[in-house]
Design a protein around this ligand. Structure first.
Ligand SMILES: [Zn+2]
Length: 85
């Protein structure tokens, strides 16, 4: 018996693995884009944060987050107010 039989079943399984991989990749990219672009709101005044943000300091450039243009409080990338400010 051939130790590595290449037949129709092998090709079918290979195609299925590739297909599942592509679907998983699309889902992961979709989740990533959804999280990156879903609207955030200021936890203090509930103003909507702009999707395209201009980092106001090093931490925002590195980790994301906003300075609320409405009330001026600092938010992290999940829209939570940063304490100690
Ligand atoms: Zn605010």
């Amino acid at each position: 018996m051939d130790p590595l039989p290449i037949n129709d079943n092998t090709l079918l399984i290979g195609a299925l693995v590739v297909l599942v991989g592509i679907v998983v990749l699309i889902v992961l990219v979709g989740v990533f884009l959804y999280n990156a672009f879903k609207p955030r709101h200021c936890s203090k005044c509930h103003a909507e944060m702009p999707v395209v943000r201009m980092p106001k300091n090093m931490r925002q450039a590195l980790w994301g987050g906003w300075t609320c243009s409405n009330c001026g409080c600092e938010l992290d990338r999940k829209g939570r107010e940063i304490s100690g400010k």
